[in-house]
Ligand binder design. Structure first.
Ligand code: GLT
Ligand code: MN
Ligand code: MN
Length: 388
């Protein structure tokens, strides 16, 4: 259906590492050939994506010489230009190299922490050169297998020191990146520091420049812990901290599956799209996912198309939800008394407190009320199933 064809204005992005995933896992080797960054840019552009995001080493190998780096970067910039693609977000690979096996910013070895800062400064230089506006920090290795190794307070303190350092570097260079922390509960470490969106939001308030920092929530990461991703994103929006988002599919309680967006729990994905669209979120819609390991390259592009198409279908479903008379009538009824009480309870005043004190509440009637959510949810389900 042509209605669900992605356009640049939809702001869809993919990481080079997502469609470029070669299907390695802890039990098996690669199943697909590497796709070059230039081919990825071309192919994603043809499919209607707006941009690509990258880690430093997705583009420039970790041991490249300065001359090799410059050649790779200039070829990549030409591809961006030729295929009308942007790089809205950049990040650092602080997890792959053995040097980071005990963490990067939180390693027990101060040499590793210093190297991690150096590597991030260089990666920020690269991101700025490519025009990125958002800089993500996913602390995949920032954690422990055994808490005998270090006091968790030191881990958090070292994390803070490094981020404070890099925020100052950013300002000194005039990059003005928006820094987005990406939480994850575990994997690859046994336990990762800042495991949830809520933990990251709390930590940000302890930084020297909290205004520079927000979050990059990932559907899979909150869902791994059985948490409600839509609520996490809502809290980030409420705090003015939703700087970026990683969309994908995930079953609760599993390893980080990073499936195609919409592959699992369509209803949760519907409420997510509804929230993003209705909140006026204007950032990238980034798919941090990869094709099943069963797929060849053709399957990878089917995967990419599927992510974008499902988002657009759910966006249309959100519009239908807002226009559905029966659904809206139930919501209107549910919220009908909103005005009469919000004036009294939205703010403390002596008058409001005394008004409340004098009010006779019919507790039994409140307990007897039916909210009609069964019908509401069934109508939502039927709308999603395409019979409304
Ligand atoms: C890695 C991780 C993702 C992060 C990426 C950014 S890399 O694939 O699983 O969740 O967003 O570093
Ligand atoms: Mn993930
Ligand atoms: Mn992610």
């Amino acid at each position: 259906m042509c209605a669900f064809v992605p356009k640049k204005s939809d702001r869809f992005t993919f990481g080079l590492w997502t469609v470029g995933n070669i299907g390695r896992d802890p039990f098996g080797t690669a199943v697909r050939e590497t796709i070059s960054p230039v081919t990825i840019v071309k192919k994603l552009s043809e499919l209607g994506a707006w941009g690509v995001n990258l880690h430093d080493n997705d583009l420039v190998p970790i041991d490249a010489s300065a001359a090799e780096r410059d050649a790779i970067v200039s070829e990549f910039k030409k591809a961006l230009h030729d295929y009308d693609m942007v790089v809205p977000m950049a990040t650092t690979n602080l997890f792959f190299d053995p040097a980071f096996k005990d963490g990067a910013f939180t390693s027990s070895d101060p040499k590793v922490r210093a190297y991690a800062i150096q590597k991030t400064m260089r990666s920020m230089d690269l991101g700025a050169e490519l025009g990125a506006k958002t800089y993500v920090f996913w602390g995949g290795r920032e954690g422990t297998e055994t808490d005998a190794s270090k006091d968790p307070r030191d881990g958090i303190k070292r994390y803070r020191e490094c981020l404070n350092f890099l925020a100052e570097y950013d300002l000194a260079q005039g990059y003005n990146f928006k820094f987005a922390l990406e939480p994850k509960p575990n994997e690859p470490r046994g336990d990762i520091y800042l495991p949830t969106v809520g933990a990251a939001l709390g930590f940000i308030t302890t930084l020297d420049k909290p205004e520079k920092f927000g979050v990059n929530p990932e559907y899979a990461h909150e869902t791994m812990s059985g948490l409600n991703f839509v609520h996490a994103v809502a809290q980030a929006i409420d705090a003015g901290k939703l700087f970026h988002i990683d969309l994908n599919g995930q079953k609760p309680g599993r390893y980080d599956q990073d499936y195609r967006f919409g592959a699992e729990d369509l209803k949760a994905n519907f409420f997510l799209v509804k929230l993003l669209e209705e909140s006026g979120y204007k950032g990238s819609l980034h798919f941090d996912a990869h094709a099943y390991r069963t797929e060849d390259e053709a399957g990878v592009w089917e995967f990419a198309k599927g992510c974008m198409r499902t988002y657009l279908i759910l966006k249309e479903k959100a519009q239908k939800f807002a226009a559905d008379e029966e659904i809206q009538a139930i919501l209107k009824e549910v919220h009908s008394d909103e005005q009469s009480y919000s004036s009294v309870i939205s703010q403390y005043s002596e008058a409001n407190a005394s008004k409340l004190n004098k009010t006779e509440f019919d507790r039994n009637a409140m307990g007897k009320r039916g909210y009609n959510y069964e019908k509401l949810d069934q109508l939502t389900t039927e709308l999603l199933l395409g019979v409304r």
